[in-house]
Design a protein around this ligand. Structure first.
Ligand code: NAD
Length: 330
């Protein structure tokens, strides 16, 4: 992996966010030159503290919904990763039109740049394109069950449309693409306040506050540690086979939200109690990736255990770690 990315010129849109900042760090470690483009809507300069110390890193504040400025489009890139889009439901629903346009217009602007500069393009799509699935676990061949008029549609349908744009771009012979369907990912640099289940449960447990569980907690999720996810994204971008995706990236170890709460309480030693709230509209009941394709095509699978990943996340929330994601691998 290191040799493949060395000296590459790489643009990471959304690079100040949770996943994007870890991706920037990893690409910089490999010797690549990285330009991060972000409007800081849900990301932060704090996430880029380590990257900003590196000579091969540059940050440009820009909104990809708008035509990209010449100081970006005048440059040459070998790789463009599009991770720009809020991923937490309360944040992507705060300005739904902007969320939708980020996926649609933002992806179009980055694809146009990819064509101009001959860069390979990777779209970070999502398991949300499967909606509240009728097929379980979800393989890439499942077309999904999405409510196109509900409050989550700005995200789900935006990503579906971004996938369409990306595959039409590829079919038209305009450039090489890769599409990752990312399932729930957690780790250091998640924001405590952004409403995602792992960040909420860990931060509430550490503070000794009531832990909010929506519904009866029997809904399932599959949680992937960020370090594994970054391995998967780079493996997908760098594999030279004919497979553009979509490829599911996630951890197939499925658990209920109640089980997650139990593990967090054990690891943190917290005595927080559970407070139940109404299930949000269109909340998916089950979510688990079928990762057979990622295993076959990329030789990738997640290797971090939930206990290892949650401990690293907890240490970061607690201020005992600096936000780096790496955990010694077996
Ligand atoms: P995040 O909110 O932490 O990061 C998104 C970044 O994009 C932020 O830095 C934000 O400021 C930036 N951004 C948003 N709109 C923008 C715009 N119009 N122009 C420029 N920058 C913009 O989210 P994340 O968890 O790091 O997710 C990254 C990507 O991965 C997203 O595309 C998301 O849909 C996808 N994804 C993430 C998960 C997950 O569990 N983390 C799951 C599925 C898909």
């Amino acid at each position: 992996m290191l040799d493949q990315t060395t000296k590459r010129r790489i643009l990471v849109a959304g690079g100040a966010g949770f996943l994007g900042s870890h991706l920037c760090d990893r690409l910089l470690d490999s010797g690549a030159r990285v330009l991060c483009v972000d409007n800081l809507l849900t990301g932060s300069m704090d996430n880029l503290r380590q990257a900003l110390r590196r000579p091969n890193f540059e940050f440009i504040e820009a909104d990809i919904v708008e035509p990209l400025p010449a100081r970006i489009t005048s440059r040459a890139f070998d790789r463009i990763y599009n991770l720009a889009c809020p991923a937490s439901p309360p944040l992507y629903q705060a300005d739904p039109e902007h969320t939708l346009l980020t996926s649609v217009l933002g992806t179009k602007h980055l694809l146009d740049l990819a064509e101009k500069t001959g860069a390979r393009f990777l779209l970070s799509s999502t398991s949300e394109i499967y909606g509240d699935p009728h097929v379980h676990p979800q393989p890439e061949t499942y077309w999904g069950h999405v409510n196109s008029t509900g409050p989550r549609a700005c995200y789900d349908e935006g990503k579906r449309c971004a996938e369409t744009l990306t595959f039409d771009f590829s079919r038209a012979g305009r450039g090489e693409v890769r599409v990752a369907r990312i399932f729930n990912t957690y780790g250091p640099r998640l924001s405590a306040a952004d409403g995602r289940v792992v960040s909420s449960v860990v931060s509430q447990a550490l503070a000794g506050d009531d832990i909010t569980v929506f519904g009866d907690g029997s809904q399932t999720r599959s949680f992937c540690y960020v370090d594994d996810m970054i391995d998967g994204l780079i493996a997908l971008m760098e594999h030279d086979g004919p497979e553009p995706g979509p490829i599911n990236l996630g951890n197939p170890a499925e658990m209920t939200v109640n089980e997650l709460v139990e593990v967090v309480l054990k690891i943190t030693g917290s005595t927080s109690r559970v407070k139940r709230m109404d299930l949000p509209v269109d909340d998916p009941k089950r979510r688990r990736p079928d990762i057979a394709k990622a295993q076959t095509v990329l030789g990738w699978r997640p290797i971090t255990t939930l206990e290892q990943g949650l401990t690293a996340t907890m240490n970061w929330f607690d201020g005992r770690a600096d936000g780096a994601a790496s955990i010694p691998k077996p």
